[in-house]
Write a protein that binds this ligand. Structure first.
Ligand SMILES: [Mn+2]
Length: 403
């Protein structure tokens, strides 16, 4: 038996954050990417003749999604229907709704999980029995330990759990918080998780797996994105990752050689490096991080213009630099060896998830509480780096003014 585990399709994602300079001819490609990712997953399902497809929440990016997104989703489900492939679907925190009044005209092969945890059953072609347990979000937040409502393993050949949620951590747990041990204790064969957009296996046996979003939507969703093809191997369910994203987000770090200080020289080094480091098979949108050996005195906006121009030299655009960060060599004022531990201690007290969230909640951003949920380690590291650079610059200028 084999099935596809996907979720977090975020169809019709608006891709905010790309600037006005983004080329017209790429907009269409970017806008289509979430749709294309879902289409490729359906292609894979048909090609592999899977027994069923599991979609674990956040099919749509917003609860009020466009008709075009609905239509596209339904049409792909119809393709699966034509190949007798059932779909087991739950709604997540982005597309939560009262399942009883779901307006979607879904074909008969699509089975939507109720707003309360329920178990659906499926008989495979070889008569073996599969149980699938899951639920759909009825509201944006779900703070209960929903895992408690999942039944223990039934007397079936395979029992699969669907859960759109996050592991309990800190104080803000709005998305069906759970602990790995709770899921393991159910004795299921596979846990298909959604919500976290980075794909990964968080427990080996049984596999507890985040499928990630099949198409990354911004620079913090970098790297490969796709779905899992889960196959039975020696009685166990083994997930295999399949990339499907057409747009790849990537941070590219370029260390400039010591003599590389002029704008044309920097431009040349970066263009070369970009062609060597890119990982995306189609279009890669790049955040460029430049690390010069000495203080760099060039016009960064101009450099960005040049690089964006360079990428359009090719017949088809395969990379696009969206922004540039320069990591100057002087990062911190010289700190005494004994003091560095105090600096590090202070940094961990300030730059942690709870503190950043508290700052955001105390500020004028309070209305936008969902922003606090977007805080991740990558963002915290960036904040710390930027603060260190600011402190470094302050240290230098203070020194200058005292001269
Ligand atoms: Mn999501």
């Amino acid at each position: 038996m084999k099935f596809i585990h996907t979720g977090d399709l975020h169809l019709d994602s608006p891709f905010q954050g790309l600037s006005n300079s983004f080329p017209e001819q790429l907009w269409d490609q970017v806008h289509q990417s979430t749709f294309l990712a879902w289409q490729r997953i359906v292609d894979l399902a048909i090609d592999q003749q899977v027994d069923f497809v599991v979609v674990v929440g956040d099919i749509f990016d917003r609860e009020h999604h466009g008709v075009a997104a609905e239509d596209f989703f339904v049409k792909q489900c119809q393709r699966l229907d034509q190949h007798q492939i059932p779909v087991y679907l739950s709604y997540g925190n982005h597309d939560y709704q009262d399942v009883a009044t779901d307006p979607l005209m879904l074909p008969g092969n699509v089975h939507v999980f109720d707003n309360k945890v329920e178990t659906k059953h499926l008989q495979l072609a070889d008569h073996r029995q599969v149980a699938l347990t899951g639920f759909s979000y009825g509201s944006r937040w779900l703070e209960d330990d929903v895992a408690l409502a999942y039944p223990s393993r039934e007397n079936v050949d395979f029992h699969i759990g669907l859960l759109h949620g996050a592991i309990i951590q800190g104080t803000d747990n709005h998305y069906a918080p759970f602990q790995i041990e709770e899921l393991v204790a159910k004795d299921y064969d596979y846990w298909a998780l959604g919500h976290i957009h980075k794909h990964g296996i968080i427990n080996q046996q049984p596999p507890i797996v985040y499928c990630g979003d099949p198409q990354g939507r911004h620079i913090n969703e970098d790297g490969e994105h796709g779905c899992y093809l889960v196959e039975e191997e020696n009685g166990r369910l083994v997930p295999h990752f399949h990339p499907v994203a057409t747009i790849t987000w990537q941070t590219v770090i370029v260390n400039l050689p010591a003599d590389c200080v002029s704008l044309p020289a920097v431009r040349l080094v970066i263009s070369k490096q970009l062609n060597q480091q890119l990982i995306g098979p189609e279009l890669t949108i790049v955040r460029l991080v430049i690390k010069p050996r000495q203080r760099l005195n060039i016009d960064i906006d101009r450099l960005l213009d040049y690089l964006q121009h360079d990428s359009q030299d090719h017949q088809s655009i395969c990379w696009w630099v969206m922004d540039i960060m320069v990591k100057q060599v002087t990062e911190l004022p010289a700190i005494d060896k004994n003091d560095i531990q105090y600096w590090q201690k202070a940094a961990t007290m300030v730059f942690n998830k709870d503190m950043i969230k508290k700052l955001m909640n105390d500020s004028k951003l309070q209305r936008y509480h969902f922003l606090a949920d977007q805080v991740d380690q990558q963002m915290i590291n960036q904040l710390q780096e930027q603060a260190e650079q600011l402190l470094g610059q302050r240290g230098v200028s203070d020194g200058d003014s005292s001269n």
